[in-house]
Design a protein around this ligand. Structure first.
Ligand code: TXA
Ligand code: MG
Length: 338
C-alpha cells in the first residue's frame, strides 16, 4: 500500500491537472481529473490514443453516478448493487462531462473499482478520475506497477503500487443506452451473472451500435511476438513446416500439448481455472514477449462461459498473426503492422 504521503502527492498531482498511474482490481489505469479537459488531453497524448476514443470515469460510490450520467435506468442500480465496487463498467446517457472524456459521444462509461488503493485515491480526491488502461495504445494492459514503468519509462512521475491485479483482465462493459442491455466487452463478470441480476437477455453488439470503443478493435491487446491459438489436435505438415527452426513458446494446460510437433519449446503451464488464467494472462504474454520468441502458441481454452473474456483477449492478441496460418513464409507481425 502507498504511504499517506504518497497518496497525498497523487491527489495533489491530480488536482494540478497531472497524471497518476494507479492499480485497480482489473488492470492498472492512467488517471486524471475527469473535470479537467487539459488533463484528459495529456492522457491521450501520453498513451498515443486517438482523441475520439472515450475514457471510463472511475468513481468512489454508486451514488456518484448522478451528475455524470442522466436518465439512469433502474437496472443500472440493480447491476451496481450486485457488482460494484468491482470489475464492471456501465455505459449510460451522458450527464455533465467534458467532451474530451466521452470522445464527444452522448454516452459515458462509469465504474466503481474495488481495489483498496483505487478506493482510497478516489475517496481522497473526492471526484471522478478518468482512466484508460496504463499501456501505450494497442498494447497489452499492465497488471503490475513494473509493467506501467516499462510502458512509460518517461513522462509519468507517480505510479501507485498496488501489487498484482487480482482480475488481470479489463472490466466487463455493459451498455444500458437501449431497451436491451448490450455486452460491449466481456470480462470477469460473465453474461450469465449479468442476466441473473437483470432478469433480461444480454445482447452481443451488432453493426447498429455505433460505439467507438478501442477495446473493441479487432487487434487490440497485442504483443509484438506473433501469437496463435491452437486446438489440442496435431497440426498438419504445413504447420510443422511453419514451426520448423523457430523459437517457440507454448502456453498450455498440460505437457502433452504439441509434444511431438515441436522440438524443445519453452512451456508455460497455464491454470485450468478461468479466473486464475485471467489473472496471469497478460503478465505471461508480456514476459514471453520480452524473450524474443518467434511465435507464442496458446492451447485453446474450453468454450464455456467462464472463458469468454479470455477467448476475446486471445483472439485480439492473435489477430495480426492469423495470416501465418494461411501463408507458407514466416513474417513477424511487426513487418505487417507498419
Ligand atoms: O478495467 C478497466 O476497464 C480498465 C481499468 C483501468 O478501469 N480501464 C480500461 O480502460 O480498460 P480503456 O480506456 O483501456 O478501455 C475502456 C473501454 C474502451 O474500449 C472505450 O472505448 C470504452 O471502454 N468506452 C468508454 N466510454 C465509452 C462509451 N461512452 N461508449 C462506449 N464505449 C466506451
Ligand atoms: Mg485499454
Amino acid at each position: 500500500m502507498p504511504s499517506f504521503d504518497e497518496m497525498q502527492r497523487a491527489v495533489d498531482q491530480l488536482r494540478a491537472g497531472g497524471i497518476v498511474a494507479f492499480p485497480t482490481e482489473t488492470v492498472y489505469g492512467l488517471g486524471a481529473d475527469a473535470r479537467q479537459p487539459k488533463a484528459i488531453k495529456a492522457i491521450f497524448k501520453l498513451k498515443g490514443r486517438p482523441l475520439d476514443h472515450p475514457l471510463i470515469v472511475h468513481l468512489g460510490e454508486t451514488t456518484d453516478i448522478r451528475g455524470w450520467a442522466r436518465d439512469i435506468p433502474e437496472i443500472a442500480y440493480d447491476l451496481a448493487d450486485a457488482f460494484w465496487p468491482g470489475p464492471m463498467t456501465l455505459i449510460l446517457a451522458r450527464g455533465e462531462a467534458p467532451d474530451e472524456v466521452t470522445g464527444g459521444q452522448d454516452s459515458i462509461g462509469l465504474r466503481v473499482p474495488s481495489h483498496p488503493v483505487a478506493r482510497e485515491l478516489l475517496q481522497a480526491f473526492g471526484s471522478g478520475i478518468a482512466a484508460p488502461s496504463a499501456n501505450r495504445f494497442g498494447r497489452v494492459s499492465p497488471t503490475r506497477p513494473e509493467h506501467v514503468k516499462t510502458e512509460f519509462p518517461k513522462g509519468l512521475e507517480i505510479i501507485l503500487d498496488g501489487g498484482s491485479c487480482e482480475v488481470g483482465l479489463e472490466s466487463t462493459i455493459i451498455s444500458l443506452l437501449e431497451e436491451e442491455p448490450i455486452l460491449l466487452r466481456p470480462g470477469a463478470i460473465t453474461r450469465q451473472q449479468l442476466e441473473r441480476v437483470t432478469g433480461r437477455g444480454i445482447q452481443a453488439p451488432n453493426q447498429n451500435h455505433h460505439v467507438r470503443a478501442s477495446g473493441l478493435l479487432a487487434s487490440h491487446y497485442a504483443p509484438d511476438t506473433a501469437v496463435l491459438v491452437f486446438d489440442q489436435e496435431a497440426p498438419g505438415e504445413r504447420l510443422k513446416a511453419l514451426f520448423d527452426g523457430r523459437r517457440i513458446a507454448l502456453m498450455c494446460f498440460d505437457d502433452a500439448f504439441l509434444k511431438t510437433a515441436i522440438e524443445t519449446p519453452a512451456r508455460v503451464r497455464m491454470p485450468r481455472d478461468a479466473a486464475a488464467y485471467g489473472q496471469i494472462l497478460y503478465s505471461t504474454l508480456r514476459a514471453l514477449d520480452s524473450e524474443a520468441y518467434d511465435l507464442i502458441l496458446v492451447e485453446k481454452p474450453p468454450e464455456t462461459e467462464a472463458w469468454q473474456a479470455i477467448h476475446d483477449r486471445l483472439q485480439k492478441a492473435s489477430h495480426d498473426s492469423q495470416h501465418l496460418l494461411a501463408s507458407t513464409s514466416f513474417e513477424t507481425p511487426h513487418s505487417i503492422r507498419s
